[in-house]
Design a protein around this ligand. Structure first.
Ligand code: F6R
Length: 260
């Protein structure tokens, strides 16, 4: 696991560099998209590169991590709509190339199985963007999630619902209770994991993710088992890392050709 500590704008550029490098090497790359505030600067940077430098997503496909259940199709906070606004509509993905779990399906169990099959049929995710919740969730794999889990329905914790109330007029009662989420094993099947975290509120979750024992209580810790995981954090999110100086020194002396 590589940890890079840098200001938020630089982290976004690094994540965008990784996605750009993948798209230039493999035009039909499969991207994994996260929602929430953590990837927004990355999406801004990718949209800028698309407009200004012609970076193309025309042959790429993308899979979202998760989706709320019980939210109207046209709700602006439905994750499918958020992804459309924040990235899909700003670049040149082909029609139908961006998919998410169908939180509106009548048969949610079948929708989860279909989603797993679609990711597999696409050949798996090449680069997966991730954020982390203050309770250590990645995607919506809340504490207690099986480390072997696949896409399924989950109940959001009170902590996550409170954290996300800011997207729902600070009204907890509007925040859905359930979601469909890629499982931890689904995420672990992606070839490169790139997690972004900024702000002091993420410091404990980042410390556990990188340096804690692997445990379902801090679901992101499963990433310690991934052969290619990159953790991009600002100073505040890195403030509880025991080996912060070592991570800084390692990154500072890294050869430029190596990339993330
Ligand atoms: C969203 C997702 C979540 C968020 C996490 C952090 O698709 O998978 O795991 O990444 O809740 O959210 P932000 O980035 O809003 O702090």
């Amino acid at each position: 696991m590589e940890v890079v500590i840098a200001p938020a704008d630089e982290l976004a550029r690094l994540a965008a560099d990784t996605i750009e490098a993948k798209l230039r090497e493999k035009a039909d790359a499969v991207l994994g998209l996260a929602t929430g505030s953590s990837p927004l600067k990355v999406y801004d940077e990718l949209a800028r590169r698309h407009t200004e430098t012609g970076l193309s997503f025309a042959k790429a496909r993308a899979f979202m991590l998760d989706e709320y259940v019980g939210i109207a199709a046209d709700h602006p906070e439905r994750y499918r709509n958020v992804i459309e606004t924040e990235i899909a509509s700003r670049v040149d993905f082909a029609e139908g190339a961006v998919r998410g779990p169908d939180g509106l399906a009548d048969d949610l169990v079948a929708a989860c199985a279909d989603y797993e099959a679609a990711i597999a049929a696409a050949g798996g995710v090449d680069v997966q963007l991730l954020g982390i919740g203050t309770d250590g969730h990645i995607a919506f794999n809340e504490p207690g999630s099986s480390l072997a889990s696949r896409t399924r329905i989950k109940t959001l914790t009170q902590q996550t619902r409170e954290d996300n109330a800011r997207f729902f007029e600070d009204d907890l009662s509007q925040v859905p209770q359930h979601c469909l989420t890629q499982g931890l094993a689904t995420i672990m099947s992606a070839k490169h994991l790139v997690l972004l975290a900024t702000g002091k509120g993420k410091a404990e979750a980042v410390h556990q993710l990188v340096e804690g024992p692997i445990s379902a209580m801090w679901p992101g810790t499963v990433m310690q088992m991934h052969p290619h995981a990159t953790v991009l954090v600002d100073d505040a999110a890195a403030s509880r890392l025991q080996l912060a100086d070592y991570y800084r020194q390692t990154y500072a002396s890294k050869p430029a050709w190596q990339g993330l």
